[in-house]
Design a protein around this ligand. Structure first.
Ligand code: NAI
Length: 517
């Protein structure tokens, strides 16, 4: 099957007419394919067809398609009662229960009954494509076609190749997904593929912070929204369901032979054990039983003026420094720039307010004899950081109450709503984004995907405001490595080890800046 395959007009067989199968059938039919829909449960195919009809009639009522087109599209979806009726399909996409043995047995049955050229695609979200293909007579024709829920709305499709997958098959499915209006990305079959792997630290870092009692869920969520994420990790885990989210983490952890980088969290396990599964059970990190939704500290836009200071020195550059520079200039206040800055932030009458570098404030205060020390979190470079959004900060135990108050005032004067957290390494956003970048670099190192695919996958599969490599381009590879090395030094485990790919990028950057000096 290595010649170029054209699946453009192929009849499509969808097996499993549940949430995903119905969505896949709709999208295929909307692109003009005849779609056969099979489900082991009697009547499920017809139910799914009714669901597609209701959705399309709704679109027609809103003027998004004509009633005639809706009718014709629905007519292309044909529920079938047995797999014996579907021999002519050019692509069979399975979206049945997430179980290796059940999927394997279905694939063997399909292979026995279908044309040798029929492509077999699996919508599995966690099972190895290599393991599914093992035992097939023609394992090269099996490929992962991982859609996201809800299928008609989510643009991303991970096209997953296992050990046996024929590249021509992966390319044909890639082209087919594109024709269906999706954005396909190639991925190698490894635990979590792209999205479910790179997204792990988004949840894990918050769970680690909660485990250390570093901040309230509402504070962490507000800070992450301030970085441009549509939802904070706590509200998102509540929405996904802690049972589901915990199971995905557990499966990625197990599939990586217990690599501590992917360790599940005791905090989340307790929620699962206690039945606080999130929205669906009325309670997770937040209460939903009164129908009120998450109680999240509202970010009150502060009108704080610039604090008084006799001597102000701005160190380094970045969003916060530039905001202070413009606010000071607009107010006609003088300031200096540090000539050889070793950190980023602001110094006012000896008090320091630094961008976190992954070390706790207490450690810097001792090592650098800086008693009046506060740290602030990584501000969003783009896609967030608007006036009034939350930004985490902390202070060393040696900092005076006056400097702590001034720290909050300086952050407010730059347009943020300051959110105090416990003195924890890498605060909230810096450690999370550094870990997302690290995970993406490791995926690239292992040939799971290329950087462009990682960026597209995270923006389209989980709505991140930027892709990990876009964050990296806006931040600084050496700084990201520094944050992670400090976290690694602090926590001493496998979790924060820096990917060789990220280290290489930092070395290259260091080399470039040495040459340009
Ligand atoms: P679902 O439970 O809504 O639907 C599964 C359907 O498959 C049911 O109608 C069931 O009767 C049928 N089925 C089970 N065993 C069968 C068999 N041997 N032969 C024929 N039909 C059979 O499940 P859902 O959520 O649609 O998931 C389906 C697949 O898609 C799973 O592999 C899941 O991991 C994957 N997936 C799910 C996503 C989600 O958000 N729900 C996202 C991406 C992938």
């Amino acid at each position: 099957m290595s010649d170029a395959l054209n699946l453009q007009d192929a009849p499509i067989l969808v097996i499993g007419a549940g949430i995903m199968g119905a969505g896949i059938a709709q999208v295929a039919a909307q692109s003009g394919h005849r779609v056969m829909l099979f489900d082991a449960r009697k009547g499920a195919g017809a139910q799914a067809k009714d669901k597609v009809a209701t959705t399309l009639q709704g679109l027609a009522a809103k003027g998004r398609m004509t009633s005639e087109a809706a009718r014709e599209t629905v007519a292309r979806v044909v529920p079938v009662a047995s797999l014996a009726e579907v021999r002519e399909a050019g692509v069979a996409i399975e979206a049945i229960v997430e179980n290796l043995e059940v999927k394997r047995s279905l694939l063997r049955e399909l292979e026995a009954g279908m044309d040798e050229r029929c492509v077999l695609a699996s919508n599995t979200s966690s099972i190895s494509i290599t393991a599914l293909a093992n035992g097939l007579a023609h394992p090269g024709r099996l490929v992962g076609m991982h859609f996201f829920n809800p299928v008609p709305l989510m643009k991303l499709v991970e096209v997953v190749s296992g050990l046996h997958t024929d590249p021509a098959v992966a390319h044909a499915i890639f082209d087919l997904a594109k024709r269906w209006g999706k954005v396909p990305v190639h991925a190698r079959s490894t635990p979590g593929f792209i999205v479910n792997r790179i997204a792990r630290p988004f949840y894990a870092e918050t769970l680690a912070l909660l485990n250390e009692r570093a901040g309230e869920p509402s504070v962490i969520d507000a800070c992450m929204r301030g970085a441009g994420f549509r939802m904070g990790p706590c509200e998102l885990m509540d929405l996904i369901g802690h049972d589901t989210n915990f199971a995905v983490t557990q499966s990625v952890y197990d599939a990586n032979f217990g690599d501590k980088r992917y360790s599940p969290s005791l905090v989340q396990r307790e929620l699962v054990e206690g039945g606080w599964l999130g929205r669906k059970s009325g309670r997770g990190f937040y209460r939903y039983d009164a129908g009120s939704g998450p109680e999240i500290a509202s970010a009150d836009v502060s009108t704080a003026a610039l604090p008084s200071a006799t001597r102000i020195v701005l160190h380094g550059d970045g969003v916060a420094v530039e905001r202070w520079a413009s606010a000071l200039s607009a107010a006609g206040r003088g300031f200096e720039r540090a000539s050889r800055p070793t950190w980023c932030g602001l110094e006012a009458d000896g008090g320091q307010l630094r961008l976190t570098d992954g070390r706790p404030a207490a450690l810097i205060a001792v090592r650098e004899n800086a008693r009046e020390l506060a740290l602030f979190d990584l501000p969003a470079a783009t896609g967030g950081g608007a006036q009034g959004t939350a930004l985490a900060w902390t202070a060393s135990a040696t900092a005076s109450v006056e400097w702590q108050q001034k720290t909050a005032a300086w952050l407010a004067a730059a347009g943020w709503t300051p959110q105090r957290v416990v003195d924890t390494p890498g605060l909230v956003v810096a450690r999370t984004i550094a870990m997302l970048i690290n995970e993406a670099c490791d995926a690239v190192l292992q040939g799971v995907c290329d950087p462009e695919a990682a960026d597209a996958a995270m923006k389209l599969g989980v709505n991140y405001p930027q892709g990990p490599f876009e964050w990296l381009a806006n931040w600084d590879a050496c700084e990201v490595v520094r944050v992670l090395d400090h976290l690694d030094n602090h926590y001493r485990g496998e979790r924060y080890r820096v990917s060789l790919d990220l280290r290489r990028r930092a070395w290259e950057q260091e080399g470039r800046s040495t040459r340009s000096r």
